[in-house]
Design a protein around this ligand. Structure first.
Ligand SMILES: Cc1cc2nc3c(=O)[nH]c(=O)nc-3n(C[C@H](O)[C@H](O)[C@H](O)COP(=O)(O)O)c2cc1C
Length: 184
């Protein structure tokens, strides 16, 4: 196995992929992309089986995960049947256009998926940047605790991701690696 941490995500237009890459860079995790049909390659499922931590990621579409991510989640019922992810660490992230955009619903879907599997959920544990002096490029400017939230303006290309969001994603990945190290 190349890493004990997997970052499994869907991205329709590439923005969530950039966030996933930053989470993987921070955690040293393996990136696993769910494709446009909502499928993950067999080697990807094997990597998830072998992981100690799985970080789930999806864009927020219409206030929830993309249908491709949901197809992956439904397919994971085969893993559930043999309790294959039980007691693994879990965490989640989502990217959307709005600063709010109903991202919390998406994170709750990822959290609920983890709890169906009997996993152990880690939030951000990151102080929020929420004072008058706060700047958009500060760490955790979106002040999310349940999981990583990032926001990309709807007309921004994948080269125009918010630098502070990428830094927050990297720091979130570092936290996941620290927790894995702590719980063994
Ligand atoms: C079908 C669809 C639904 C969307 N719904 C929301 C939404 O509920 N809230 C929001 O803030 N942005 C919404 N967006 C914007 C996307 O979340 C945003 O463009 C995001 O960066 C896309 O990520 P991706 O490039 O990884 O697909 C939606 C976009 C699409 C295509």
């Amino acid at each position: 196995m190349t890493s004990p941490i997997s970052v499994v995500f869907h991205s329709g237009y590439g923005h969530t992929r950039e966030i996933a890459k930053a989470v993987a860079a921070g955690s040293g995790g393996v990136l696993l992309a769910i494709d446009e049909q909502g499928e993950l390659a067999p080697e990807g499922w094997a990597q998830l089986d072998a992981s100690r931590a799985i970080v789930f990621g999806s864009p927020t579409y219409m206030a929830n995960v993309s249908w491709q991510f949901k197809r992956f989640a439904d397919a994971s019922s085969a893993v559930w049947a043999r309790q294959g992810w039980k007691d693994k660490l879990a965490a989640g992230f989502t990217n959307s256009a709005g600063i709010n955009g109903d991202k919390l619903t998406t994170l709750y879907t990822l959290f609920s998926l983890s709890q169906q599997h009997g996993m152990l959920w880690a939030g951000t544990a990151m102080p929020p940047s929420n004072t008058k002096a706060a700047l958009r490029d500060d760490l955790n400017y979106l002040a999310s605790f349940a999981g990583l939230m990032t926001a990309t303006p709807s007309d921004a290309s994948t080269d125009e991701m918010v630098a502070g969001d990428l830094a927050t994603a990297r720091a979130f990945g570092e936290r996941i690696a620290q927790v894995v190290g702590r719980i063994g």
